[in-house]
Design a protein around this ligand. Sequence first.
Ligand code: HEC
Length: 153
Amino acid sequence: MVVSVVSLVGVKFYQNAGETEEDPGIPYYTTATPELTSAAATLLHKHNCQECHSLWATRDFTIAVPAPALDGEGSFRDRDWLAQYFNAAVPQDILPTRLKPQYRHPSYAHLSDEDRTTLTDYMFSLKVEDWYREQTEKRRFEKLTGKKWAANE
Ligand code: HEC
């Protein structure tokens, strides 16, 4: 499923256009400063994060790795968790995988402290509005486990 969340939201509101419901807008935002956003963009590009992950409706659509989208990441993990994840020699010790080795999240333990801090801070800055939190959680769960989300249904 590589259709972007933003376009799905767009379709939903288009379908509701005849009703009185107000368009609540795009649910994802960042608390990052422009400097952090720019430093992170350079790293995300350099390390091809968007070959596997979508973020801000952008990813490489020619490679279909079922990695969770990074939108809203910082609403689900705390800063320490993210720091440990980027510091781990084997990230799968922290977050188990269901994928073949070549699709798994790579270790970034070899990066400089500064670069890992930038990735950590930027991931933590990615938030989701409360009204879209459960939808996002559901997608994340299904991507990570390959199972259907049954909670609250
Ligand atoms: C080869 C594909 C691939 C690349 C490249 C990649 N990731 Fe991942 N990432 C994954 C997968 C798959 C997971 C889920 C865990 C797993 O299967 O290892 C994941 C998990 C994550 C998580 C944890 C999500 C959660 O559950 O909270 C974060 C954060 C993350 N990646 C950020 C990044 C960033 C930032 C980069 C670039 C510096 C990156 N990833 C590069 C595939 C990738």
